[in-house]
Design a protein around this ligand. Sequence first.
Ligand code: ATP
Ligand code: MG
Length: 248
Amino acid sequence: MTTDNVMISVKGLKKHYNYGVVKALDGVDIDINKGDVMVVIGPSGSGKSTFLRSLNLLEEPTEGSIFFQGKDIVNDKIDMDKFRQKMGMVFQHFNLFPHKTVLENLTLAPQVVKKANKAEIEKKALELLDRVGLADRANAYPVQLSGGQKQRVAIVRALCMEPEVMLFDEPTSALDPEMVGEVLEVMKELAHNGMTMVCVTHEMGFAREVGNRVVFMADGKLIEQGTPDQIFDHPQSPRLKDFLGKVL
Ligand SMILES: Nc1ncnc2c1ncn2[C@@H]1O[C@H](COP(=O)(O)OP(=O)(O)OP(=O)(O)O)[C@@H](O)[C@H]1O
Ligand SMILES: [Mg+2]
C-alpha cells in the first residue's frame, strides 16, 4: 500500500471508560485512504460509534495516535476548530435548529466559524440542496420536513463546511423504512464524486454496493477488514461468520 494516499492513520487507539472496566476501543490500527468509502460493521456495543467519535476527537482517546495531514491530532497541539471543519459528521439524529429555516441552518456555521461571505455560502448551500433534491425546501423549517429530508439537510450542512472526509454514524437507522433509500442515494452520490467517507451502518446492501472497504469490529477491536466481497462472501473469523449469519 502506498503511504502518500493515506488520509488518516490510526495507531493503537484505545478508549476506556469507567477506569478501564469498559474497553470501548481496545487497540485499533487502520489507515483510511483518500477516496475510501469505508463501511464499519459489527454488533451493538462493539465500539463503532466510539471509533468514529474518536476520529474527530468528540471523544478523547485514552491511548494511541491518529495522524491526519501529518499531525498526531491526539498528542500534538492542533487548532481544534480548524481541524473539526475538515471532518464532517452526520449522526442518527439530525440536530437541526428548529427555529431556523433550512437555509439558515446550512449557512450559520460557515459564516460564524469560517467567516464565509453570506451571499456566497447561500449560493453554495442552494446548489447543494438542489443536488440532494431539496431546492424547493430552502425556506422551510425543520418541523415541516420528513425524517429523510431532515437527514439530507444534515448531510448538506456538513458539506457546506467543505470537509475532506465525512463520518456517518448510522444515518438511516432512525428513519422510517421508506426514507432510507433517499438518504443512501445521497451518500452514494457523494461516494461516486470521490468523497472520503467512513460510514457506520447496518445497511449491508449499501456496504456491498458502495463501500470499497468493509471493517468488522467486535469488543473494541478490529477483527477483520477487506473488500465487500472478502467480508461478505469469504469471511474468515468465526466472530464475523457468526455476525453475518445474524444480519444477512
Ligand atoms: N460515555 C460512556 N461511558 C461508559 N461506557 C460507554 C460510554 N460510551 C460508550 N460506552 C461503552 O463502550 C462500548 C462501545 O460503545 P459504542 O457506542 O461505541 O458501540 P457501537 O458499536 O456504536 O454500538 P451500537 O451499534 O449499539 O451503536 C459499549 O460497551 C458502551 O456501553
Ligand atoms: Mg453506535
